[in-house]
Design a protein around this ligand. Structure first.
Ligand SMILES: [Zn+2]
Length: 237
């Protein structure tokens, strides 16, 4: 009688571990790509829908319309796609949906989140982002945080996965801040650029402003550049 092939004692453990990781990956793929069932409330204006775990006041529709106006101005896509923002807090959804970036205020996982992004909390009535149960201090508003994240979403759709992830960092984060907060001129940057007052990405926003408004690059030129931050800085002179 032939002896049964002997397997390493860890063989079964490896198989089960592999299956578990696979199942977990599939679950994340499904839930992150389709978070709608986890959010009871929504508000739509134009092409943008906000989802939340608490009711969204009717007055916020005007804010959503302003977000779209800003996005359309800088990224004149035609037709403008339907996109969504999911406000995860308060509660367990923030832990789940911010697992890849636990301290971030907003996050997108492109291409998993093809047409949406996440914000960790909101005071809709006062147009403020909420972090750890407290409104984020001025000057940045909920609209601006949402505009930043939705710019990532639109860039992902426009560029495709490969180029989206190969964008120089100063373009990838500088352009969303430029869309959300507006241009940053040299004097203002020289005066306030060192602190957090102009935003975490102020050096990148300054550079994007210089290329778009002073060197008159088009958005497509900016999105095609491979200049590193240092090279781009050197071009400014
Ligand atoms: Zn960003």
């Amino acid at each position: 009688m032939r002896a049964r092939k002997k397997r390493h004692p860890l063989y079964r453990a490896f198989i089960w571990f592999g299956l578990l990781v696979g199942a977990l990956g599939l679950a994340v793929f499904i839930v992150f790509g389709n978070p709608r069932p986890f959010f009871a409330y929504s508000k739509t204006a134009g092409q943008i829908t906000f989802y939340a775990t608490t009711p969204i006041p009717e007055s916020f529709a005007a804010d959503i319309a302003k977000i779209e106006t800003r996005l359309r101005k800088v990224l004149p896509d035609n037709p403008f796609p339907e996109v969504s923002m999911y406000v995860t807090g308060p509660g367990w959804r923030t832990t789940l949906f911010f697992v890849g970036s636990p301290r971030a205020s907003g996050v997108v996982y492109f291409p998993l989140t093809r047409d949406h992004g996440f914000l960790r909390g909101a005071d809709f009535a006062h147009n403020r982002l909420v972090r750890d149960d407290r409104p984020a201090p001025p000057p940045f508003t909920l609209r601006q945080y949402a505009t930043h994240e939705l710019t990532h979403v639109l860039l992902g759709q426009r560029l495709g996965v490969l180029r989206f992830h190969r964008l120089p960092h100063w373009v990838a984060e500088g352009l969303p801040d430029y869309v959300a907060l507006g241009g940053l001129d040299a004097q203002t940057y020289a005066r306030y650029g060192q602190g957090r007052r102009l935003g975490y990405y102020a050096p990148f926003r300054r550079l994007v402003t210089a290329f778009l408004e002073e060197k008159n690059w088009t958005i497509d030129q900016l999105l095609a550049t491979d200049l590193t931050f240092e090279q781009a800085m050197a071009q400014l002179g």
